[in-house]
Design a binder for this molecule. Structure first.
Ligand code: FAD
Ligand code: MLT
Ligand code: ZN
Length: 483
């Protein structure tokens, strides 16, 4: 239900925002007669699962503009949703009712890059891939990579504390983000845009904004530590017969590839079949396997890396840990092998609806959740080959190196009965193993009722106190995981 404490947008508000930002920075629909721009893309999420009803999208260009907009919204008690590239997977970036969308796409300047320290300072609205391409020109790399890189913003990445494909090598954004600038709902500009690696002067307040999903303030700029771009990168793609062998392969990869290991990703057979069906691409290996892994190495010396990789391959194939494998021979093959992993999310999106569960589980039990979920849905009569069964596929993939599984249940269309069969069962399963119900995507609206499965009462209470302190009028991204 819409919170009646929030004001409703008026024609006067719209004129005020237009005078603040300029008419071209506002997308308006249905408030005044003069404009009916296409507001739909800002109202619906990447999965087309969540849809809001905003009538105003604002696209500020400077931190001062963000400050003025938020101050006004706070005074009028107009609720807002910060929006980056709108690629989030938990419905956090779109309004629930009529909240004003503050879209960051126009704040897209790179401020500076220091070659010696590797520190990049950039606006929140810079697209991740654009930042990485800029860094490539300076022989550096953005320490985060993910399938949505062509659309997501670095401010969105920081706001969700995105994990992605190379966390195992470059660590979490809680470590690589050195500073940020944010605007609080009352318009206060928090200038914590430090470029220092070390700074132990009191509470590290920037950490609160990392992963806050836009609930306490709006991030306007980020300073981030970037590693040198590796000169030699290789990728191998394996087929394996059991999850036990996947674990052995991972253990061997850590031990033998050690400092050059940059990704270890897991894909089950069903996920690869989906990518095959959606792209029409020829499988990288002959025959089908229940599990696949993608192993990437990144280093500074191609010969040294190749020697390590070859002896690793010899070992895992010789010992029968890996049933079959292929090593990318060139850049084209490197990219096409990665597509078998990165393309799963999109392949799923073509099928209909997807119930997505992004969880952390102790490694030995990582895949058991997929088996148990499948069995449960089969028992309930939801899985079958023809159109009369609601479930099309139960799929598992994820970041093996981070103990992060993505369990996805693909359905012909969203179905309350199927949802009830999975939730809260899946969260209870996770809780029993002291796992996390959100490893990297956040809680948004999709998981808002379930925080208690991963955080105790005291933690939730402390979060609520922080929320009230930073956002006493609750205008920042309401109706999501924290009210
Ligand atoms: P949005 O979707 O626009 O917003 C996400 C949240 O952050 C919302 O709550 C929003 O209100 C808030 N927000 C956005 N910008 C700001 C800001 N400047 N200040 C304050 N709050 C803000 N995630 C992973 O962790 N790992 C992956 O491997 C991964 N792969 C993905 C692959 C695909 C194909 C897709 C579609 C998504 C994937 N994601 C992954 C989800 C991930 O959360 C996002 O892609 C990304 O981090 C979100 O960035 P965005 O700019 O699109 O943010
Ligand atoms: C991934 O690892 O592919 C992303 O987190 C997206 C997803 O879970 O589908
Ligand atoms: Zn992921």
């Amino acid at each position: 239900k819409r919170d009646s404490r929030f004001a409703e947008l008026s024609a006067d508000d719209v004129s005020h925002f237009k005078s603040l930002l300029g008419a071209e920075s506002a997308v308006v629909d249905g408030v005044t007669a003069d404009a009916t721009d296409d507001i739909e893309p800002f109202n619906s999420d990447w999965m087309r699962k969540y849809r809001g009803h905003t009538r105003l999208v604002l696209k500020p260009q400077t931190t001062e503009e963000v400050s003025k907009v938020l101050k006004y919204c706070n005074e009028r008690r107009l609720a807002v949703v910060p929006q980056g590239g709108n690629t989030g997977l938990v419905g956090g970036s779109v309004p629930v009712f009529d909240e004003i969308v503050i879209n960051m796409s126009r704040m897209n300047n790179i401020h500076s890059f220091d070659q010696a320290s590797g520190v990049l300072v950039a606006d929140a609205g810079v697209i991740l891939e654009v930042a990485d391409q800029y860094l490539a020109q300076h022989d550096h790399l953005f320490p985060l990579d993910l399938g949505a890189k062509g659309s997501c913003h670095i401010g969105g990445n920081v706001s969700t504390n995105a994990g992605g494909l190379r966390l195992l090598r470059y660590g979490s954004l809680h470590g690589s983000v050195l500073g940020l600038e944010a605007v609080l709902p009352d318009g206060t500009i928090v200038d914590a845009l430090s470029t220092l690696r070390k700074n132990n002067t009191g509470y590290d307040l920037k950490q609160l904004f990392i992963g806050a999903e836009g609930t306490i303030g709006l991030i306007t700029a980020v300073s981030i530590q970037c590693p040198p771009r590796p000169k030699a990168v290789n990728v191998a793609y394996f087929g394996l017969e059991s999850f036990e062998q996947v674990q052995q392969a991972y253990l061997q990869a850590k031990g033998q590839l050690s400092e050059i290991l940059s990704a270890f990703e897991l894909m089950d057979g069903r996920s690869q079949r989906l990518v095959h069906e959606s792209t029409g691409n020829k499988y990288p290996l002959e025959g089908e396997h229940p599990f696949y892994c993608l192993v990437e190495t990144s280093g500074s010396n191609a010969e040294h890396d190749m020697a390590k990789l070859e002896s690793f391959l010899e070992h895992v194939m010789g010992e029968g840990i890996v049933a079959d494998g292929v090593l990318a021979q060139d850049e084209t093959q490197f990219r096409s092998l990665w597509r078998w992993r990165e393309g799963i999310t999109e392949a799923l999106s073509h099928l209909g609806g997807t119930y997505k569960y992004d969880v952390s589980i102790p490694l030995p039990e990582l895949y058991q959740l997929v088996e148990d979920c499948k069995e449960r849905l089969v028992q309930k009569g939801f899985v079958g080959d023809d159109d009369s069964f609601p479930v099309r596929a139960v799929v598992g993939y994820g970041h093996m190196g981070d103990s992060n599984l993505h369990l996805n249940v693909s359905v012909r269309q969203y179905d309350k009965e199927v949802e009830k069969a999975i939730e809260p069962w899946v969260y209870e399963w996770i809780q029993k193993r002291q796992g996390s119900i959100s490893a990297e995507h956040g809680l948004g609206i999709a998981k808002r009722e379930f925080i208690g499965y991963s955080q105790n009462e005291t933690m939730v209470k402390l979060m609520k106190q922080l929320k009230d302190l930073y956002d006493p009028k609750s205008i920042m991204n309401p109706y999501k995981f924290i009210k």
